[in-house]
Structures are given as C-alpha cells and as structure tokens.
Design a protein around this ligand. Structure first.
Ligand SMILES: O=c1ccn([C@H]2C[C@H](O)[C@@H](CO)O2)c(=O)[nH]1
Ligand SMILES: [Zn+2]
Length: 133
C-alpha cells in the first residue's frame, strides 16, 4: 500500500461521512503494521458535542479490533490547505501512535503536508505524566 493508494482510501472513507450539520466531510485511512487499512469518517449528531472526527473513528475502529500498531495515518478534506486535525484528535493520535509515525494531511486539490506525531502535538500530555504506562 503506497501513499497514493492510501490517499485514495481516505477519500473513499470521506464519502461515508455523516455530516448533516457541518456539511464538512472528512476521511481518514490508517495503515496498520500488518497491512490492514482502517477507514474513518466524521460522524455527527444532533447533540453536536458527541460527534466524532474521522481520525478518531479510524483509530478506535482499529484499536477495538485489537490492531494497535500503526504505520501511517492519512487525513483528507475539501480544504484550501491540507486539513489540520483538531486538538482532540492530536491528543488521541499522540497517545495511540508512535511519536515518529507519519501523519499525512491532504486536501482534494492534492496538496500534501507530511508531519510526525510529535510535530502534530509537541509536548502532548501523556501517560507518563500520570505516572502510568
Ligand atoms: O481534521 C478534522 C477536522 C474536522 N473534522 C470534523 C469534525 C466535524 O464533524 C466537522 C467540522 O468540524 O469536521 C474531522 O473529522 N477531522
Ligand atoms: Zn478531530
């Protein structure tokens, strides 16, 4: 699975978004170490605050299937710049993914920004800060 393919997977995931309120569909594709690709889309709710972002949907799907080792995460939306994940997703990504894992932000125009998890949320609050592992 190359990057071009993974970006296509994120676009396919985006087509599944449930976004009656924002009308802003986002797609994610998470490649696990074993080669499996998990799709994520944003899923909103009439009780607005319980909506879930595409990135966290993909991560939670993988994790709940017992797949917890990831190689790369791609996110896409119809934005001017490569879509920037929200703060909540940055926090979750930083805990569930390796610090040096690549996060590829894209948009439908084909702009690409490649970051590491560490760059996405430098100095993230972490399990070590709780004295737990
Ligand atoms: O990286 C992002 C940014 C936003 N959203 C969602 C949350 C909400 O459903 C909609 C508008 O913020 O887009 C994502 O899924 N991922
Ligand atoms: Zn988010």
């Amino acid at each position: 699975m190359n990057l071009e393919q993974l970006i296509e997977e994120a676009k396919i995931a985006r087509d599944k978004a449930y976004v009656p309120y924002s009308k802003f569909p986002v797609g994610a594709a998470l490649l696990s170490e074993n080669g499996k690709v998990y799709h994520g889309c944003n899923i909103e709710n009439a009780a607005y605050t319980v909506g879930n972002c595409a990135e966290r949907t993909a991560l939670y799907k993988a994790y709940s299937d017992g797949d917890t080792k990831f190689n790369v995460l791609v996110v896409t939306a119809d934005t001017e710049r490569p879509v920037p994940p929200c703060g909540a997703c940055r926090q979750v990504i930083s805990e569930l993914c390796p610090k040096d894992m690549k996060v590829i932000l894209t948009n439908l125009k084909g702009d690409i920004q490649e970051l590491t998890v560490e760059q996405l949320l430098p100095g993230a609050f972490s399990p070590e800060d709780l004295h737990a592992k």
